[in-house]
Design a protein around this ligand. Sequence first.
Ligand code: NAP
Length: 267
Amino acid sequence: MTRTIGLIGTGMIGTTLARLAIAAGIDVLLSNSRGPESLRGLVADLGPRATASTVADAAVTGDIVIAAIPMSAYRSLQGDLLKGKIVIDTMNYYPTGDDHIPILDEAKLTSSELVQQHIKGSTVVKALFNLDFHHLLTNARPHRHPERTTLPIAGDDEEAKSIVAGFMDEIGFDALDTGTLAASWRIEPDTPIYVWPYVPSMPDHLSGEDRKKWYCEHAGNPVTRETAQNLVDEAIRRLPAGGLPERLPPEHLDLVAQIFASRSLVQ
Ligand SMILES: NC(=O)c1ccc[n+]([C@@H]2O[C@H](COP(=O)([O-])OP(=O)(O)OC[C@H]3O[C@@H](n4cnc5c(N)ncnc54)[C@H](OP(=O)(O)O)[C@@H]3O)[C@@H](O)[C@H]2O)c1
């Protein structure tokens, strides 16, 4: 059982993972680029299982460390601090503006392979990256719940994947092992298992803020193991593209863009 998570990055995804972990009785060390003082309000909100920390303490103390920072900052992950650690990579690569990473633009590596190369002494597992922060929260269900949904994971170390799957089980998800980091292009942005299967179908009668609220507060239909495997098998390798997943219908795209712009879980 996971006892302590070290979070590097406490924005939309990091905060959501902290909430899920705490709800499962797991202690969380939170860190960001600005230091522990800046996390006072968030830690007070999360309660006694949350501690504001430095990046170094979160890296060293966590049983599992979660990297929830922008992909453009992956080089700031410190290999010496993370040596021997299992690191969950939640980062997605969206080539935008000055943030291009040429080796990823050319699809010569997956983003998680690049992260693994950077923190060589750690064991990277790609997990908890393929749904937006609202639906990460709304899709979580307790163990054996009939509506449990399945999320993909990838990694090169079987034991590490099993430990990460155990953590995911604790916070509300079944994990499907989709193979190595090299094969994880099958689950990267703009593949069939990315975001879209986990969002709800929108009722026609809602508009404006009601629509947004409804969308944020509801889960998609549970994704079974078999469906998840089929979605992974259907993936076609493409060059990374910027923006939100092309698969979403236009009305969802607008909504998702507004939700991200409002960052409504983190004020
Ligand atoms: N948002 C989602 O729904 C979602 C879903 C799945 C995956 N992801 C992925 O998760 C990652 C984080 O996304 P997000 O939306 O949570 O981003 P975000 O809201 O912008 O938060 C980013 C966090 O990373 C911290 N950070 C940035 N550079 C850092 C550094 N060098 N060292 C330590 N902390 C640093 C920031 O701290 P400061 O504020 O102090 O700079 C902030 O806490 C991204 O790679 C994204 O692709 C996001």
